[in-house]
Write a protein that binds this ligand. Structure first.
Ligand code: HEC
Ligand code: HEC
Length: 408
């Protein structure tokens, strides 16, 4: 960058100096001619050098200069040829750096140094200032098919829209699981039915032109973690499921102890009644926590990996369900029952990827994905919506998930 500037500006200065020199010479010549006009005859009438002089030192000097000029050209042309690719690539790099800077500004929220109220779209509010994910408040409509009339909505709680915390995925593994085109597509068109808005003018809703989207993708790309780090994070998250479930039981046990103690210490009947309610609530929480721990302990590795990596798209409501606080959001649909991605249950994967080759075909699709509009399985046509997982899960983990899906 600094080199480019010094090179450009020194060339500019050189040019200016030459122009000044020529200008100065012309002025000097003009004034000196006015002061002492030339007295001798015009040049074409004056006698020129004799042949001896012309063919002697004079000729050698001219030829000498020609040689010097030829050498300059002979050296500078190859030099230009050698340096040009470097100059070109450093210009490309500058170009990319500036695009990333603009992307960071678009991504930023007011917690970030890159924030600019006139430009920033505040992706960070939902996806986190470190791109590690976050959540967004969102209103979901009731999914119970028996909710039909407005009367239902008035009378039955499950028929009212509810506010949920919809988990927004981490974006620092985006290019490990999607192609660049897929990321462009998601940002342009958003995910209708989720908190993710459409940002591209192409969608008819957004404000970003192609360049703005490219800037964002370049920024996201520049923030990617390595495949090893992503695989490790997935492994940690898998282990955390069991730890969190265990912590849930421990916490609920402590809460029940406290509630029972308070009940024992309650003196007035009013206090007793309240404490009794608390004990009952705590007992229910403990039952929930215990049953969740049982579920996690009994689940296969493939199932747990499915929860962490696939359920947000293939299980309705998974993005806002927290099994440790099951009352806070509507219960999710059947596991793998379909949401943004198609239903995988009731043996549909045995039909999509049938026979002895089936598991391998399904493995390939989950590991490497399929280009948009390409066929996969028997009747699958890729919409380009499904990520691929070979860079964030181990082979053995993908095999475990595929085995789990084939049993759904
Ligand atoms: C209001 C919250 C919100 C804002 C603001 C937001 N997103 Fe999202 N975004 C989400 C949610 C939620 C999802 C996941 C949707 C789903 O469950 O399918 C998502 C999904 C995505 C995905 C796909 C992730 C994946 O792995 O499937 C990308 C890429 C993305 N957002 C980029 C952006 C960019 C870039 C911006 C800013 C221009 C942005 N988002 C702003 C909430 C938001
Ligand atoms: C961001 C959302 C998303 C996530 C996350 C996701 N999928 Fe998908 N999946 C899709 C979409 C969309 C399709 C439909 C095919 C397409 O559009 O290419 C699909 C299709 C599939 C299919 C083919 C189903 C059929 O019968 O046609 C399988 C199998 C599958 N996904 C498995 C998985 C597994 C395993 C995971 C987790 C490791 C996963 N998916 C994670 C969105 C997702």
């Amino acid at each position: 960058m600094t080199l480019a500037i010094t090179l450009t500006s020194s060339l500019l200065i050189l040019n200016l100096l030459v122009l000044l020199g020529v200008g100065g010479y012309l002025l000097w010549r003009y004034f000196s001619l006015r002061r002492t006009p030339e007295t001798h005859e015009p040049a074409n009438l004056e006698e020129f050098y004799p042949d001896e002089v012309l063919e002697g030192r004079k000729l050698e000097r001219v030829l000498g200069w020609a040689l010097v000029m030829t050498i300059i050209v002979a050296v500078s042309l190859p030099l230009y040829f050698l340096l040009e690719p470097d100059r070109q690539s450093s210009a490309d790099e500058d170009f990319l750096d500036r695009s990333i800077e603009r992307g960071a500004r678009l991504y930023a929220n007011d917690q970030m140094a890159e924030y600019d109220p006139a430009f920033s779209l505040q992706c960070a509010n939902c996806h986190g200032t470190d791109l590690k994910g976050g959540s967004a408040t969102f209103t979901v409509d009731p999914t119970d098919p028996t909710c039909e009339t407005e009367q239902d909505a008035k009378e039955r709680e499950e028929c009212r829209p509810v506010q949920v915390d919809w988990r927004a995925p981490a974006l620092d593994t985006e290019r490990l699981t999607y192609t660049r085109d897929q990321v462009v597509e998601i940002i342009t068109f958003g995910r209708p039915g989720t908190p993710m808005p459409a940002w591209g003018v192409e969608s008819g809703e957004g404000v970003l032109n192609t360049q703005g989207i490219e800037d964002l993708v370049n920024f996201i790309e520049s923030e990617q973690i390595s495949s090893e780090e992503a695989t490790k994070r997935n492994q940690d998250e898998l282990e955390a499921l069991l730890e969190d479930a265990q912590t849930g039981v421990d916490d609920a046990t402590d809460a029940l102890d406290t509630a029972e103690q308070e009940l024992a210490e309650a003196t007035t009947s009013n206090q007793q009644e309240k404490a009794q309610d608390n004990v009952e609530d705590a007992e229910e929480d403990l039952l929930n926590a215990q049953s969740y721990l049982d579920t996690v302990q009994e689940a296969s590795e493939g199932e747990l990996l499915f929860w962490n990596n696939c359920a947000r798209c293939h299980t309705q409501g998974w993005s806002y369900y927290n099994p440790l606080q099951p009352d806070e959001a509507p219960a999710p649909g059947p596991m793998g029952g379909g949401a943004f991605g198609p239903a995988l249950d009731n043996g549909s994967e045995l039909r999509q990827f049938p026979g002895a080759e089936g598991p391998q075909m399904q493995y390939d699709f989950v590991a490497d994905g399929a280009e948009r509009n390409e066929q996969y399985g028997v009747r699958g046509v890729s919409s380009g919506g499904m990520p691929h997982f070979s860079s964030v899960l181990t082979k053995q983990q993908i095999k475990a998930i595929v085995a789990y899906e084939r049993e759904l």
